[in-house]
Design a protein. Sequence first.
Length: 182
Amino acid sequence: MILAETHRRVIRRVNQEIKNEYGINLNIDKLTWGSVAPDVLPYYRMIRHYKDESIKYISKEIVLLIHLFRYSKLENLNKIQNNYFSRKLGIISHYLCDYTCYPHAYRKTYMGNMREHMKYESDLNKYSAKHEFELFSFKNLNVNSEDNLVKYVEEYIESIVKEYMLNQPNFSNDLNFGFLLS
């Protein structure tokens, strides 16, 4: 698991980008809580934080948000809608960030690797405090043209993670690709 503060830093940057780019004011408290909830709440702890085990679940959660809010003006959500959307987006971001974190992407999970895993995430957290996020350019996900949207979202996530894994593992790539997916 990426440390909670690292998840909060990424989601705060995502929130800033959403606000600047689209004029949408999400509930930052619900957003940041959602970004750490998968490491805290038992329900989410049961959903593994590795792409192969949870990508179908996360793809369905993304599509659920798309369907629930497809015809809504996200900049004018009522408080209940905004809280729900913000929390769910934070949860989704958590998993997507884990998919592009070296110990998760390369399955550094077994007893011999756990110390290395935890050290990497601790060092990543320190690095993230001064990291300047880069905006990558990838094709946008066209949610209006696909019959099987869950599969389409899953393939999109897979393509970004594949691109991530073509790069040399480093803190900057972990944070930038996590930000991109979120």
